[in-house]
Design a protein around this ligand. Structure first.
Ligand SMILES: NC(=O)c1ccc[n+]([C@@H]2O[C@H](COP(=O)([O-])OP(=O)(O)OC[C@H]3O[C@@H](n4cnc5c(N)ncnc54)[C@H](O)[C@@H]3O)[C@@H](O)[C@H]2O)c1
Length: 374
């Protein structure tokens, strides 16, 4: 740990003021190192609402106008998953540090293009793999990195979600083939497990998907189960279903991970069954309130929980950590653009394997993906 005396005052540009833009903007508005906040939100009413709520200094519908403002010295890109690329490329022209929402992009070619552009610009860009900032995942990471389990040989990850996030994503896209449970949501569990397996090299993957619920409704995918094999024989076994009934009590994620090593084992229960609320009438708790949801695992909304007008939990900690990083220049454990590209590549390879019913060699690039899709 170092005592930091030099801190830069920040002028933050937030592009995309939806749910995440509001959470991050709200947290930033309370931080003493933040002197100015501007918002670009293409939905005028939403932009005005968020600007008022967080006391923004500037609001526009045009992210180019925002980025050109002299007060801006760092940028948050929080647009919809498939709309990250253009604002990132524009922001890179200014060389400002970036906090980009996951995934980096929704196609392999775009993700590669964005990662290359970030590396070429030499910009400090981190990606919103927010669960890395949940305390239990940080302490697990530290133990695994210290070798407490010996050499890790098997990781098993089970992710369950009710179908509200899936419905929301499929409704918002005009190309359902770019939206999958692995790419949009499984990426969080994948990031945590790959972070734990940081030094190992994935060489092959295999997966299968099922689409009995979301297929007929949205040409979507319900669930994907797969395996990633590593050069040294280590196995990562992972599955995600985002098609559980709406009244499944996890607001979003219920995750269980087991990490087995040659001399130890670590199991992490992130299902949030430790705080259960049941009510006679629906409240506004949880993700996209739905009147049929009367039971909730409180604490299962991935960004965290609102209380006393502030966000508490992983996204607040991650945003504050990023502000400190930019303000002091001291790096932290946030995911890099290269790690984010690796996660997109792995989720695409798993989806491709499920589509073809064959194993896929890793790493996969856009050209090989196109060739294998035929
Ligand atoms: N890190 C996490 O834990 C976490 C959690 C939820 C969502 N996310 C990610 O955050 C991103 C945003 O998700 P959300 O739930 O806030 O979505 P959202 O739909 O609530 O917000 C996106 C906003 O971006 C705006 N927008 C889109 N393109 C724009 C543009 N070019 N200029 C200005 N505004 C634009 C939209 O109008 C919308 O208001 C997604 O990539 C999502 O995957 C991350």
């Amino acid at each position: 740990m170092t005592r930091v005396k030099d801190r830069k005052e920040l002028g933050i540009a937030i592009i995309g003021a939806g749910r995440v833009g509001l959470f991050r903007g709200g947290t930033a508005s309370l931080h003493p190192s933040v002197g100015w906040i501007g918002i670009a939100e293409k939905n005028h009413n939403r932009g005005a609402f968020v600007a008022e709520k967080i006391g923004a200094d500037f609001v526009t519908a045009d992210y180019r106008e925002l980025l050109a403002r002299p007060e801006v010295n760092c940028v948050i890109v929080a647009t919809d998953e498939h709309l990250h690329v253009d604002p990132i490329l524009e922001a890179l022209k200014y060389g400002h540090p970036l906090l980009i929402e996951k995934p980096l992009a929704t196609t392999l070619a775009d993700s590669q293009r964005v990662m290359d552009a970030i590396e070429k610009a030499g910009v400090d860009a981190v990606v919103g793999y927010t669960q890395r900032f949940r305390r239990k995942w940080i302490s697990g990471k530290e133990k695994v990195a210290q070798g407490a389990l010996g050499d890790v040989t098997l990781v098993s990850s089970r992710a369950f979600m009710n179908r509200l996030v899936a419905i929301d994503n499929y409704k918002r896209t005009d190309d359902p083939s770019t939206i999958s449970p692995m790419v949009i949501s499984g990426t969080h569990a994948l990031d945590v497990t790959m972070w734990y397996l940081e030094k190992k090299k994935p060489v092959e993957c295999y997966a299968r998907s099922i689409d009995k619920v979301l297929g007929p409704l949205y040409q979507g995918i319900d669930a994907t189960a797969g395996m990633i094999m590593f050069e040294d024989g280590t196995i990562l076994h992972l599955n995600i279903s985002w098609a559980l009934p709406v009244n499944w009590p996890g607001a979003v994620y219920s995750l269980e991970i087991g990490i087995v090593g040659t001399t130890g084992v670590l199991t992490i229960d992130d299902t949030h069954r430790d705080m259960v609320m049941a009510v006679a009438q629906a409240t506004n708790e949880g993700y996209a309130p739905d009147q049929s949801r009367l039971v909730d695992f409180l604490g299962s909304y991935p960004p965290g929980d609102l209380a006393f007008g502030e966000l508490h939990g992983p996204m607040a900690e991650e945003t504050n950590a990023w502000i400190s990083r930019v303000s002091t220049g001291i790096k932290n454990h946030a995911a890099t653009a290269a790690e984010a590209h690796n996660r997109l590549m792995l989720t695409k390879a798993l989806d491709l394997s499920a589509k073809r019913g064959t194993a896929i060699k890793l790493p996969l690039d856009a050209e090989e993906e196109r060739r294998l899709l035929g």
